[in-house]
Design a protein around this ligand. Structure first.
Ligand code: M6R
Length: 368
């Protein structure tokens, strides 16, 4: 049932070209050269979504990280403000929810107790609730008024991998559908972006074929006691997600930060024993992240860079470089997160950890 792989986690990482294809299937159409999005589960609510004053995204763990990417995507495309909330904090602070708020609940399992409780709170305050779940028929998918399944297929490994990338793709589709309804984006651009989304499975295939460099990096750093992950913009949440993956399966202490925050404190941690993973692809913030890399290099930190294909400049700064195919910056998290999943996996295996069933963790957290 692991399809020849030693663990579910690595099987699920390698399934991503297919799981993303399944997320997109039947939702993107091209007619006379123009792209269109169809999300059956939201069709009756699209007018309400397009006239919303505010969206709230509620989730835990990896789904919360996907929600943060979603915040960047939604605000970029729809120009409607988004608040991202930890379900566990939101539910206990008598949250301010207006009747015209639209609250999304993002959950792979659809059974997370805190997310479910936050959903009940939002419903009782009269907001429209939307589920973004993987497990069909799960509690959150049943209790929300409408929603979109991510269709990533069963995720067995406790560390969430393919659900994260499918959540991000689903949120991208919803954001684009709302933006198009609002007239915030031209048909020409939508068409271009939908072609780009369609190209992602092939790009992931290409990325996965460079797997051996991740094994090499894991060999070099599996004895580290700490790791830092840094990114900016759309890739700041990817830094958080990379750190969470490493923590939960290898038990190495890791932190993710927005790269520019480093000088406000964490830079004090940098020495020759600190591996620092930078997500440094060629997007609009590239020059900024390069100067952040220089700051770390000057203090002796060991740099691993997730960089764009064809970026030759970065080699002089980083000890290890992992190449991701070119992609429009707002879709890049679905590529840049994958080497970080692999890094966590290979480090955990070298440390002899139980990758699919890490200590103290359960696949779905159905208790508070
Ligand atoms: O099923 P959910 O998406 O609601 O689960 C939320 C978190 O418990 C989950 O993402 C957790 O953080 C994972 N173990 C991360 O890999």
């Amino acid at each position: 049932e692991k399809g020849g792989f030693p663990h579910f986690m690595i099987k699920e990482i390698f399934e991503q070209p297919e799981s993303i294809q399944n997320t997109i299937r039947g939702r993107i159409y091209f007619e006379n050269g123009s792209g269109r999005i169809q999300l059956g589960g939201l069709a009756d609510y699209l007018d309400r979504l397009a006239s919303a004053k505010r969206f709230i995204f509620c989730a835990c763990g990896t789904s919360w990280h996907a929600s943060l990417v979603g915040e960047y995507l939604f605000e970029h495309f729809t120009r409607i403000p988004v608040c991202v909330e930890y379900a566990s904090e939101f539910r206990y602070r008598n949250p301010i929810i207006y009747k015209d708020d639209i609250v999304f609940f993002i959950s792979q399992s659809g059974e997370t107790a805190d997310t479910l409780a936050a959903l009940k709170e939002a419903k009782s305050k009269g907001a429209l609730t939307i589920g973004i779940c993987n497990v069909v028929g799960s509690s959150i998918s049943r209790e929300t008024e409408c929603g979109v399944y991510i269709h990533a297929g069963p995720e067995i490994g406790v560390a969430s991998t393919k659900a994260f990338t499918s959540q991000v793709i689903t949120l991208s589709l919803i954001a684009l559908a709302i933006a198009s309804k609002r007239g915030e984006i031209s048909t020409k651009l939508i068409t271009e972006y939908l072609h780009e989304l369609n190209s992602i499975p092939k790009k992931i295939q290409n990325l996965l074929s460079q797997n051996s460099i991740m094994q090499e990096i894991a060999k070099e750093f599996n004895n580290a006691s700490n790791f830092l992950y840094l990114g900016r913009g759309f890739n700041f949440p990817v830094a958080l997600e990379g750190a969470l993956k490493l923590k939960e399966i290898s038990y190495i202490h890791a932190e993710g930060y927005p790269a520019a925050e480093l000088k406000h404190g964490p830079i004090a941690l940098i020495d020759e024993f600190m591996p620092v993973v930078f997500i440094a692809i060629k997007d609009s913030l590239y020059p900024k992240i390069i100067s952040n890399i220089e700051e770390i290099k000057a203090r002796g930190g060991r740099i691993i860079a997730i960089a764009s294909e064809g970026d030759t400049n970065i080699e002089s700064l980083a000890e290890y470089v992992i190449r991701v195919p070119q992609i429009i910056d707002f879709f890049s998290p679905v590529l840049t997160s994958i080497p970080l999943q692999l890094l966590a996996y290979y480090i955990a295996v070298l440390r002899g950890c139980d990758v699919d069933q890490p200590r103290n963790l359960a696949k779905s957290v159905t208790v508070e």
